[in-house]
Design a protein around this ligand. Sequence first.
Ligand SMILES: Cc1ncc(COP(=O)(O)O)c(C=O)c1O
Length: 395
Amino acid sequence: MKRRARARHAGRSFIPFCVPFTNDREIREVSEAIRSGWLTTGPKVALFEERVRRLVGARHAVALNSCTAALHLGLAAAGVGPGDEVITTPYTFAATGEAILYLGARPVFADIDPETLNIDPSAVARAITRRTKAIVPVHIAGLSCDLPSLLSIAGKRRIPVIEDAAHALGTELAGRPIGSWSDITCFSFYATKNLTCGEGGMVMTEDRRIADRVRRLSLHGLSRDAWRRYSRAGRWRYDVLEMGYKYNMTDVAAAIGLVQLSKFRTMQAVRRRLARRYSALLAGCDAFDLPREEGDTVHAWHLYVLRLRAGVLRMGRDALIEALRRRGIGTSMHFLPLHLHSLYRRTFGYRRGSFPHTERESSRAISLPLYPGLDARAQDRVIEAIVDLVRRHRR
Ligand SMILES: Cc1ncc(COP(=O)(O)O)c(C=O)c1O
């Protein structure tokens, strides 16, 4: 960057990629949870489960301490075990593949539709074998996958679908919220997510047996959780029914989640407005492909992912991220192809070229700041910086 331009940007504050939308209300609710004396899984978790369940129209909800835990237990409850194959997308975060590996199963990747970045149902159909025990689609950025096609492919072979909906609280397809579509849906309430508990996750299911199993596995396989042992109505005796894990959500985390839920509709409306404003202001810029809202979906706008068009600029995606950082703008990148990480290359022999759509789209993706606290002036700065960089670095 030229000296004068650097000086112009130096004095301006940094616009982070993501900031949670929390205020005094979350602080009050957390204080109240602590004062109540009940810190771990208790009444606030039960209320949070009930409210998320109603929001997405699912029959059962089990709160956990992460979406990774939700995926792990969802897959376990679906019967996935050693030697099984689970089909998922390589365009995803580490957690999706890891949950499959925890169970000794093999992640089998199916490439994406380059338009939507979501798993391509026809690639899923081609990847099915006799060993396929589950399909795990991911709703990238908050745009729904083609669930009708995926459920039809899976249904014909009685293969359970376990949705990785870490980005998709608030997503709808054909008027139905994600969380009410398939056998099991897993949400994330991680710090950067549209609704946060700091850390947290939830399994939604229509099947009571799956809900009971996930709940049991989330607390050492015990027959009773703490609330059912230590509250006035509880009984102290318990039995270890099977080997479980320590994945339960705390009341302190649920206290944050309950406040976030009460403003979720407003937060989503702001995200939508900001996303549409990005699209309107960047519509005339020929350097990028912009994210689309599909006709019959409600996009949750967890991420706003631009894709750099080949051949327009003299700078690549990584240089663009760095140039924006130097101008005080935080961005991110979702996702590096999972199959190209060392673990997957080493264990399964994947290499460059295995999933061309994923590799190409990943190499040109950049996620812009998008959160309810981002005001129009900050967003204008992001746009101005991008437009200016495009002007300066045009071929
Ligand atoms: C697609 C996807 N799946 C799963 C996860 C894991 O969520 P958690 O951090 O709640 O375990 C993430 C987190 O960023 C994610 O992006």
